[in-house]
Design a protein around this ligand. Structure first.
Ligand code: NCD
Length: 349
């Protein structure tokens, strides 16, 4: 594959391949010098039109640990403020010939659009309420590290499902990895069509005790344009995950940033049952795996829903490789320590 636009493009085998590769990269993160030369000479452009702490820093770190050059572009302070469109911005920055563009925007479908305008490999780092595929991958990785796997596990995703790109990507990814998913929250925050993804729906937390994994979502104030809940206090009283609701054998996840005292009580955020820090750490190694697979020409992500590639400027069709795909995979020099692991995984990954 040339892009990572949607988790739907990844079947179970592809997800497993990425998290397995990420586990190998975890070894790099434990070294004193946290770097391998795998993507030396490649360029990764981080194009962020929305605030981000974890996603942006971890993509930057991931690219740097693979020795790629990184350019960070934030819409604030750029010509976007002078009215430059997404398309013109992408075309302008494409003049620098990035091999990958990591894109976060408030607009559904933007990553897919950009994949038609640029010859670079596009990674969707969140497009409005739609999808956040690398979050889903890092959550699968985190759960695999903690629990070994999630086959038959019951996962409850609780909170503001309606405004959450994480919920959508995670429902799909968790189910592909064999879990049963239930979404729970106030009726105003659960979209009606969500059951079509195969999950169950609950409007209260009476059966939360049946969950093995509780995945809380942030109340997404910035994406709400009317009053969705009577008050945050009332929301918290019915849906907050706190020590009273979280059973001792359950693990707790949250994509961050957390509204302490709203979707999670302070005590559970700090409890040993929460995997929030592990999720952040997983973000770096999973994004290393994604960038590596995209830019090493290993042709990943040929999942069931793989969509046709967009044409890149100057190339006839997406099947003809753009700047990213055109390059032969590099082998890592011996002594990098990870050469066997990564290259041993081979082109077919
Ligand atoms: C999420 C996002 O921005 O989609 N955060 C993240 O990427 N870690 C979820 C959120 O904003 O609540």
């Amino acid at each position: 594959m040339n892009h990572l636009l949607s988790i739907e493009d990844l079947d179970r085998a592809a997800i497993e391949r990425i998290v397995t590769r990420a586990a190998r990269f975890a070894e790099v993160s434990d070294r004193e010098i946290k770097k391998v030369p795998a993507l030396r000479g490649r360029m990764v452009l981080n194009l962020f039109y929305e605030a981000s702490t974890r996603t942006r820093s971890s993509f930057e770190l991931a690219a740097k640990r693979l020795s790629a050059d990184v350019v960070n572009f934030a819409a604030g302070g750029s010509s976007v403020e002078k009215g430059e469109s997404l398309k013109d911005t992408v075309l302008t920055l494409s003049a620098h010939k990035p091999d990958a563009i990591v894109l976060r925007t408030p607009w559904v479908g933007a990553a897919e659009l950009v994949s038609r305008w640029s010859g670079a490999a596009i990674v969707n780092a969140g497009d409005g309420k739609h999808e956040h595929p690398t979050q889903a991958l890092l959550d699968v990785y985190t759960l695999r590290e903690r629990l070994g796997g999630i086959d038959e596990a019951s996962i409850w995703i609780v909170g503001d499902v309606a405004h959450s790109r994480v919920a959508r990507s995670n429902i799909i990814a968790f189910q592909r990895m064999g879990a049963r998913v239930t979404v729970a929250g106030p009726p105003t925050l659960i979209p009606r069509e969500i059951e079509a993804l195969g999950c169950e729906v609950r409007y209260d937390l009476a059966e939360l005790g049946s969950a093995d994994i509780v995945y809380a979502l942030r109340m997404q104030h910035e994406r709400m344009n009317e009053t969705w809940v009577p008050s945050l206090r009332e929301y918290a009283s019915r849906y907050q995950i706190n020590a009273r609701r979280l059973g001792p054998r359950q693990v707790l996840m949250h994509p961050g940033p957390v509204n302490r005292g709203v979707e999670l009580s302070g005590e559970v955020v700090d409890s040993p049952q929460t995997l929030i820090t592990e999720q952040v750490q997983a973000g770096v190694v999973v994004r290393m795996a994604v960038l590596y697979e995209l830019l090493s020409g290993s042709g990943m992500l040929a999942g069931p829903g793989t969509r046709p590639q967009g044409a890149s400027p100057g190339s006839a069709q997406g099947t003809s490789p753009g700047p990213a795909g055109a390059r032969a995979p590099k082998s890592l020099p011996d002594g990098s320590g990870i050469a066997g692991a990564v290259i041993g995984g081979g082109r077919s990954v």
